[in-house]
Design a protein around this ligand. Sequence first.
Ligand code: HEM
Ligand SMILES: *[C@@H]1O[C@H](CO)[C@@H](O)[C@H](O)[C@H]1NC(C)=O
Ligand SMILES: *[C@@H]1O[C@H](CO)[C@@H](O)[C@H](O)[C@H]1NC(C)=O
Ligand SMILES: *[C@@H]1O[C@H](CO)[C@@H](O)[C@H](O)[C@H]1NC(C)=O
Ligand SMILES: *[C@@H]1O[C@H](CO)[C@@H](O)[C@H](O)[C@H]1NC(C)=O
Length: 251
Amino acid sequence: MHVALGSVWLLATAVVAVPVKDHPFKAPGKGDLRSPCPLLNSLANHGYLPRNGRNISSEQFYTGLADAVNLERALGDGPIAGAISTSTTGLPDTANLNDMAKHAQIIEHDGSLSRADTYFGDANSFNLSVWRQTKAYFRTPLITIAQAEQARQAAVRNAQRTNPEFSLADGEKTISVLETALYLYMFGNGTNGFANRRWTEILFEEERLPFEEGYARPKTPMNLPDLLVIAGKLNAVNVTAGGIYGRHHLF
Ligand code: HEM
Ligand SMILES: *[C@@H]1O[C@H](CO)[C@@H](O)[C@H](O)[C@H]1NC(C)=O
Ligand SMILES: *[C@@H]1O[C@H](CO)[C@@H](O)[C@H](O)[C@H]1NC(C)=O
Ligand SMILES: *[C@@H]1O[C@H](CO)[C@@H](O)[C@H](O)[C@H]1NC(C)=O
Ligand SMILES: *[C@@H]1O[C@H](CO)[C@@H](O)[C@H](O)[C@H]1NC(C)=O
């Protein structure tokens, strides 16, 4: 659909200007590598990271993340160092996107929102049946903090039930919460949640930044303190009580 709509594409570039024009979406080609992270894959698909997904330096990660979504360096430090540490490039300070699927060592973990566990074979690419279970919890056009936490816990529970080798160490659970916090932050209202469900689906399902649908690079940098506020709210959701967190009701 994306490729076919040439005229809509032209219209969109005229209206949305810079991001789409300079960084057109292009699905990965043969030999291009991708990661378990929907955001990094989207960045590569828009050319904010090398489209081939290979031999990406930490500076390229920082710059791509800043240019595309205004992610501040301090927020990138941890994940970028983690990604580089999985490298198989043989070159200093670089990694391929699929290197970070290395299981349960640095970032990759069981119980993901849109990937199967390594036990089932492929923890790197998007898995529609896993994702369908997750997004069933997004019951309103704006995803609340409670819904997102309910979805995250369901993904963990499903993996735990079906994967005899399931494990999620404390540090990995923290990473899992931060990943949910990241999409809520990117597509939501500050630290309040209410992430645009359509934009979230586009990020996961098409690995595309939803510029045409109205997403814009934020003026204020995405920063670590804000992210941690959202993570704290996710941790405070009482799923037993029906996902009530403050006024963020699940149903
Ligand atoms: C705005 C910034 C970011 C957003 C919105 C984002 C979003 C996400 C989300 C939603 C997931 C969970 C996928 C799932 O559970 O199915 C994820 C996973 C992951 N992200 Fe990112 N991410 C961001 C930055 C980064 C950075 C900077 C890195 C590393 C350089 C990174 C590496 C990863 C990896 C390796 C995973 C796989 C973990 C797993 O599910 O096993 N992400 N990301
Ligand atoms: C890998 O990337 C680094 C840093 O961007 C660059 O200096 C080097 O030439 C690249 N090597 C290959 C084989 O592409
Ligand atoms: C998707 O994940 C499930 C496990 O949750 C697995 O059984 C299935 O084979 C995966 N599908 C693909 C295409 O990898
Ligand atoms: C967004 O959050 C602000 C407070 O930070 C609040 O005043 C506003 O009503 C919220 N808007 C929506 C659409 O939730
Ligand atoms: C969560 O809600 C349940 C049911 O309302 C309640 O019994 C439980 O004490 C709550 N847990 C916390 C930590 O507040």
